[in-house]
Design a protein around this ligand. Structure first.
Ligand code: CTP
Ligand code: MG
Length: 592
């Protein structure tokens, strides 16, 4: 965390200096009390330095005048202390907010870089909680932990020095509570860590549940399962309440224990100190100063222990934030990666075996086994196979969403692991099976892969994807804002925007994962007509269940349970009479 503190070193030094000043005001606060009791009420003679000071002030020679000046001095110390702490808090808050924002920004940047495996393991809601809420931990650390700890430590030292000059024995008794406080911390600290870890985990799980169920509202309503989901929410709510209560109860018990310790300490000191005044070792004013110090000393001691409690909570939330920041990249770049400018587009899979969950689960089975293939620039490769055969997994290796367990994937002879991720992905146009639209305008969605594209180019791409006509009919045409996940568009409209996006990007490698599954056969044919020149200039991989699409491919790969069962042209595979011929027969009959 120190890394995030360093840029604010100057402000924090100022805070430290001001905190010193504040502590000095605190130290001065009880002294007017002594003046009033000992010199005004009891009528003792003023000590030499005070008599000198009183000589300079008007009216200070009479008891009432002295009383007035003591009150003025008291007011000055209070105002001074209040103003310093106000400035200190304002600086701290400003610095802390900035740090929270910096941290949040960095966590978000990190989340964007982390691999799909990472995102597969973490719920979106939980990550939102981390990036949006848990980052406030730095603010807590500064204002509830560091600041009180510094103020308390400074006052502790100053007060102990002054108290020990008044009466060493009493001063020693006064600080005897410190080890007791530490003992309380030892007893409660572990419980506090455990309960606060559970608290924030449950909170993250709740956010994940909310996020998932709110995105599934159509399904929930369609199945009339509102009550069921509500009940699930309430169960989680109970868990969450329980976790919050546990955490609060533990820190309450701890706080009350410290209040008890300091309260008993004060009682003991009142007894001892009273006896010292009776013996004539101490004046009544000294005892008052002593007791005021004691109250003032125990307050920061309490706040140190409270802030240790807050610190414990901060550590568990901080851990959630830094778990993201410290996650290792699962598709790391080499220190000096190769920058692929514009690839020719020769793609080779060399004996690739791949599965999900590499490190987590020893039992994991491969999803793709010993795949070898080769696609030349300008060629169209169709990938067919039953659902779940591994088609989408195969192409996700080509953009390096994941790395293979063994074997290698190469573009123009470069192993993907040698390329910079950015340059690799600049060379690929992608239409994913699941369409992602962003809460921006239609034009921005189409230009997502090439934000600098002109409006004319955007329109041209939209025409090729047969999206121009429906876009024009939208309320604000190309400037219509798209709702979350494209909620206001039909499935086919969304797919056509995704196709336009890939067309506009115009990369040497084009990947289409069932790009037209939501389109009617006629529109599909027209789109392929329109983008056929694009496919001639690039190496195209297309996953489709439509034979009309597959037939035009230069080579067809048939996957079966993660293995490459067959490879060839439409005619040769049909003649072979195996997997492809089987798929074909079923669809052909269905089409009739
Ligand atoms: N799989 C997985 N983790 C993922 C994605 C997929 O474990 N993040 C598994 C699936 O459960 C499936 C296998 O990997 O058993 C292959 O999935 P995929 O490549 O997506 O299959 P496709 O052939 O693309 O299937 P579909 O036609 O249904 O899209
Ligand atoms: Mg798929």
């Amino acid at each position: 965390m120190l890394r995030y503190v360093r840029p604010h070193a100057a402000s924090l030094t100022l805070v430290f200096v001001l905190a010193l000043l504040g502590a000095a005001f605190e130290l001065a606060r009880p002294w007017p009390l002594k003046v009033v009791v000992d010199y005004v009420l009891v009528g003792q003679a003023l000590p030499a330095w005070l008599a000198g000071l009183a000589g300079l002030l008007p009216y200070a020679d009479s008891p009432r005048g002295l009383l007035l000046w003591a009150v003025v001095a008291g007011a000055v110390t209070v105002i001074g202390s209040v103003l310093t702490m106000l400035v200190v808090r304002m600086i701290i808050v400003t610095v802390a907010q900035r740090m929270v924002f910096d941290l949040s920004r960095e966590v978000f940047a990190r989340l964007q870089r982390l691999s799909l495996s990472f995102h597969g393991r973490h719920a979106v809601g939980d990550l939102v909680q981390r990036v949006g809420q848990d980052v406030f931990v730095v603010q807590g650390v500064l204002s509830a932990v560091a600041l009180p700890a510094i103020v308390a430590a400074l006052s502790l030292v100053g007060m102990f020095m002054i108290m020990s000059r008044l009466d060493l024995t009493l001063a020693l008794v006064a600080v005897a509570v410190v080890p007791l406080m530490l003992a309380a911390l030892a007893v409660f600290g572990r419980q506090m860590t455990a309960s606060s870890t559970r608290q924030w985990q449950t909170q993250g799980a709740m956010m994940a549940f909310l996020q998932q169920s709110l995105s599934a509202v159509p399904a929930i309503q369609g199945f009339a399962r509102e009550r069921y989901v509500q009940r699930k929410l309430e169960e989680r709510g109970d868990d969450l309440l329980d976790a919050h209560n546990q955490a609060t109860f533990v820190s309450l018990r701890y706080n009350q224990a410290t209040v008890l310790i300091t309260g008993l300490g004060t009682a003991v000191l009142l007894g001892l100190g009273g006896a010292r005044v009776l013996d004539g070792h101490l004046s009544a004013g000294d005892l008052l100063v002593f007791l005021a110090y004691l109250a003032a000393l125990y307050a920061p001691l309490n706040s140190v222990t409270t802030s240790i409690g807050a610190g414990v909570a901060a550590v568990t939330r901080g851990r959630r934030v830094f778990e993201v920041l410290d996650s290792q990249e699962e598709v790391p770049e080499r220190p000096q990666p190769v920058e692929l400018i514009r690839a020719r587009g020769e793609v080779v899979f060399d004996d690739v075996t791949f599965g999900y969950w590499q490190n987590q689960d020893e039992e994991a089975l491969p999803v793709l086994e010993q795949i070898s293939l080769r696609a030349e620039p300008g060629q169209i490769t169709a990938i067919v196979g039953a659902t779940g055969a591994g088609k989408s997994s195969l192409i996700s290796l080509l953009v390096r969403f994941y790395d293979p367990w063994s074997g290698s994937v190469r573009i123009d002879g470069h192993d993907l692991r040698d390329l910079s991720l950015r340059s690799l992905r600049e060379n690929v146009s992608l239409v994913l099976q699941e369409t992602f639209l962003f809460p921006m305008s239609v034009a921005e969605n189409i230009a997502f892969g090439r934000p600098e594209a002109s409006r004319a180019e955007i329109v041209e791409a939209a025409r090729a994807a047969h999206a121009h006509r429906f876009i024009e009919r939208l309320p604000e045409g190309y400037d219509t804002q798209i709702g979350e996940k494209g909620a206001t568009l039909s499935g086919g409209e969304r797919q056509r925007i995704a196709i336009a996006r890939a067309i506009l990007k115009d990369a040497p490698i084009l990947i289409l994962d069932e790009p037209t599954s939501a389109l009617d056969a006629h529109t599909e044919a027209q789109i392929f007509e329109a983008i056929s020149h694009l496919m001639k200039n690039s190496t195209t991989f297309i996953i489709s269940h439509r034979l009309s699409t597959i037939r035009r491919a230069d080579q067809i790969l048939a996957l079966e349970n993660g293995r490459l069962a067959e490879q060839g042209t439409h005619e040769s595979l049909l003649a072979a009479g195996r997997v492809y011929a089987h798929l074909y027969k079923h669809q052909h009959l269905a089409a009739l």
